[in-house]
Design a protein around this ligand. Structure first.
Ligand code: SF4
Length: 134
């Protein structure tokens, strides 16, 4: 079964992404990288994603410089979709306290390997998804 080609809505975001969205003091740049790749992989339109991320940045303590956020968004604009880092990657979610697995993440994060898979699983819990063929 191929991954769905619809924009992932916020109700299907995993705990780590929701924690990031609450705003952070540590891990802000890494979170920006995560959010860009997560939303991009979740089929968000560029304009929608940019607006969402600029708004999110205002919740950070303190916010990243607008020029930094905009330069990162520009840099990713025409790039191929890339997955966000895997759940267990060193220096990512657990490192700044964003990974707080719930039941869907699975015991000791064994079910979900990447936050985007959480969202696809949440959209349709009974299906097994694989990458869309190019
Ligand atoms: S296990 Fe993965 S999807 Fe779940 S909260 Fe942690 S990083 Fe996010």
């Amino acid at each position: 079964m191929e991954r769905p080609n619809i924009a992932i809505s916020e109700e299907h975001f995993p705990p780590c992404i929701n924690n990031i969205l609450n705003g952070l003091s540590d891990g802000r740049k890494r979170s920006l990288f995560i959010l860009i790749n997560f939303l991009n992989s979740g089929n968000w339109k560029k304009e929608q994603m940019n607006e969402f991320i600029v708004k999110w940045n205002q919740k950070n303590k303190p916010p990243l410089r607008d020029s930094y956020v905009i330069s990162q968004l520009r840099w990713y604009k025409d790039r191929e979709k890339r997955l966000p880092p895997n759940c267990k990657g060193n220096g990512w979610y657990s490192d700044f306290g964003a990974c707080q697995p719930n039941e869907l993440c699975g015991k000791q994060n064994k079910t979900i390997k990447n936050p985007i898979n959480y969202s696809f699983k949440s959209l349709n819990p009974t299906r097994k998804f694989r990458k869309r063929k190019k």
